[in-house]
Design a protein around this ligand. Structure first.
Ligand SMILES: [Zn+2]
Length: 345
């Protein structure tokens, strides 16, 4: 999901957030062993963190549960209504960018090659040339398993040095079984609240990314979106393509254009990210396009999200102490703060 840019539409510009991770007020889950575990982890610190070879714990969470929690570190969950969609909740935009900006360039960013993997120097140059930073290159990401497998295979064959966050992602994908040909799945990601991302913006980003998850994993939905795109007038397609080009997407990739069109038009009801003016249309015209899309949409788990409001979220997300952040290692359900206490899924 693109960061907002300064351009002719009147959506706002969101640039850089504080590099300092912000998290929730963590509550130590009794099952983790309380103070003893905390002391142990504090003592062994980085060694324990880096040297850990056990499979990553992957819980299951609904959209609402994700919106209402705040990650202190990378948290991985299966999306409850469709477990082939895996959600990675990053503790900051910076952490998200380090793990995924190189993938973004490879899969879908404009003005960079898609047949080879960029090294650090080329990636940094591409990010700078787009007017962005590691943190702001995208606000949320989404990739299908096949593209991720292609990325890591090419990176290896080209001997590209990957950073620790990317190696973490590769380990996750191997665990999911997605680095082999024919795997069906998608990752979608969002950053913790903090800096330029207030809690309700997390919900906006997640809803947008969930629609991409469905596009990748539900063939009848992908087919429907392709039909919708084909049914648009050339002018309408050009309007969406122009908007997406200004967001930094490679407009030569038709599948990307139509996938992003469904995500922005139907599932991003926040004028800071998308509005009628951004594609040179009136509100009435946008409403008509939305109604047409929703009226004929196949009926499956995504369908209600096309017209339902976003889940309510806390006005502010409490900060997460650094020491406790080391403990949670992907367990959304252990140390994550929730309004109303901890829940298990
Ligand atoms: Zn998107």
């Amino acid at each position: 999901m693109g960061a907002r840019r300064g351009n002719e539409d009147d959506t706002i510009v969101i640039r850089r957030i504080s590099a300092k991770p912000v998290g929730r007020r963590s509550v130590l889950h009794a099952g983790l062993g309380g103070a003893a575990t905390l002391l142990l982890a504090a003592g062994f610190g980085a060694f324990w963190w880096e040297g850990r070879a056990k499979p990553m714990p992957i819980g299951t969470a609904t959209e609402t549960e994700i919106d209402q929690t705040q990650p202190c570190t990378n948290i991985v969950t299966y999306l409850a209504p469709d477990k082939s969609v895996v959600v990675i909740d990053f503790p900051s935009l910076e952490a998200q960018g380090l793990a995924l900006d190189r993938v973004a360039a490879f899969v879908e960013k404009a003005s960079v090659p898609h047949n080879r993997v960029l090294d650090d120097a080329a990636l940094n140059a591409a990010i700078a040339a787009s007017g962005d930073t590691v943190a702001s290159y995208y606000y949320g990401h989404d990739y299908q398993a096949a593209d991720l497998a292609r990325f890591f295979a090419l990176a290896q064959s080209e001997s590209i040095k990957l950073n620790p966050q990317e190696l973490w992602l590769k380990r996750l994908l191997r665990q999911l079984g997605w680095l082999v040909p024919g795997a069906n799945g998608a990752i979608i990601t969002l950053p913790a609240a903090g800096g330029d991302v207030p809690p309700e913006m997390r919900a906006v980003i997640l809803r947008h990314e969930i629609s991409h998850g469905a596009f990748y994993t539900v063939p009848k939905y992908r087919h429907y979106v392709e039909q919708f795109w084909a049914s648009l007038t050339p002018d309408d397609r050009a309007a969406f393509t122009g908007f997406l080009g200004r967001q930094g997407y490679d407009t030569s990739l038709t599948e990307l254009m139509l996938n992003e069109t469904q995500a922005y038009l139907i599932f991003t009801r926040d004028p800071r990210f998308f509005n009628a003016g951004a594609i040179g249309k009136t509100d009435a015209e946008i409403s008509q396009l939305r109604e047409g899309f929703i009226a004929n949409m196949p009926n499956f788990w995504l369908t209600p999200l096309a017209s339902s409001p976003l889940p309510t979220v806390p006005v502010a997300m409490p900060a997460c102490p650094q020491k406790q952040a080391m403990l949670i290692t992907g367990k959304r359900l252990c140390l994550c703060y929730r309004t109303g206490g901890l829940a298990s899924a």
